[in-house]
Design a protein around this ligand. Structure first.
Ligand SMILES: C[S@@+](CC[C@H](N)C(=O)[O-])C[C@H]1O[C@@H](n2cnc3c(N)ncnc32)[C@H](O)[C@@H]1O
Length: 294
């Protein structure tokens, strides 16, 4: 059964043919740039955590499989990594392409590769260098955008296998999701500032959980964000809806390591700190780091 036959997963006006691009009306893409705040002032904790992890693993060449407007990729291009950045949404990529164009005189930006690609067809969409990238990243709660179309997680397993196949032996995958275990237990997200983005926008987020066959099938967030306008006009309220698959940490670990056929070392962080199950402070995000061992 298709998810859309149960519940409308996107803002009105966003087409549903093929893989739903939840950003296709351009509304969320526009607000996203404001929502994530200034790309140059990422939270320092995030930047230093990810850059030192990449350096520890001797990473040079990175594939960002959910680059969106380019926020993570821009930071990593600036840090001297060789980036290939892909995303399924041309409305999101538009912002990344604009930044590359504006900074094309900087050699690192001139070398930045940006392409449209879908995780379900990644092996056809992306040219793999030799036996793979040193690191693949999928951050900002992106993977949870992929619904469970068939009810058996087969699309998510295929997408993870395709993503894993892009990592060279000895390389790493960094992939995250929100703490859906907490959201499902309490009906709300853990308190705390977003660990990735800095934004001063006033926002209200309503959370709804859709259950199908007694299983949590989808979490829908309705965002109402106050967007500042120019000096003449008044602020405008922007509303958009995004839906996510609520990955539980244990199940996600299982399908993730399965995508590497078990030939990997897996570790998990809660908001960039080593995670211990049952710890008193519930993290907002879980970040999985998988090293391909063969
Ligand atoms: C929440 S945005 C995050 C983007 C960026 N990493 C950030 O932190 O701002 C999620 C991105 O995942 C992309 N995405 C969702 N499903 C995808 C798929 N099947 N293949 C490729 N990209 C996909 C969306 O188009 C969107 O740009």
């Amino acid at each position: 059964m298709s998810v859309d036959s149960v519940f409308r997963t996107r803002s009105l006006g966003v087409a549903s043919v093929g893989l739903p691009d939840q950003y296709a009306d351009g509304k969320a893409a526009k607000v996203w740039q404001l929502y994530i705040g200034d790309t140059r002032s990422r939270t320092e904790e995030y930047k230093s955590w990810v850059v030192s992890l990449l350096k520890q693993h001797g990473v040079q060449r990175i594939l960002d499989v959910a680059c969106g407007t380019g926020v993570d990729s821009i930071m990593l291009v600036e840090e001297g990594f060789k980036m290939t950045s892909v995303d399924a949404s041309d409305k999101m990529l538009k912002y990344a392409l604009k930044e590359r164009w504006e900074r094309r005189k900087e050699h690192a930006f001139d070398q930045w590769v940006i392409e449209e690609a879908n995780w379900l067809t990644l092996t056809e969409d992306v040219q793999k260098p030799g036996n793979g990238f040193d690191a693949v990243i999928c951050l900002g709660n992106s993977f949870a955008h992929l619904p469970d179309f068939k009810g058996d997680q087969s699309d998510q397993k295929l997408a993870l296998q395709n993503i894993a196949s892009m990592v060279r032996p000895g390389g790493i995958l960094i992939i995250d999701h929100r703490n859906y275990d907490y959201i499902l237990e309490t009906g709300r997200a853990p308190q705390g500032k977003n660990i990735y983005y800095k934004s001063d926008l006033t926002q209200d987020i309503t959370t709804s959980v859709l259950w199908v066959d007694n299983k949590p099938h989808m979490i829908t967030l309705d965002y109402t964000v106050q967007v500042p306008e120019g000096p003449q006009s008044s602020p405008e309220l922007s509303k958009f809806r995004l839906s996510y698959y609520p990955h539980r940490i244990d199940n996600f670990k299982e399908i993730l390591t399965g995508a590497f056929h078990g030939k990997c070392e897996h570790s998990v962080y809660g908001d960039f700190k080593t995670y211990t199950p049952g710890q008193s402070q519930a993290p907002c995000y879980f970040i999985h780091v998988v090293k391909k061992t063969a």
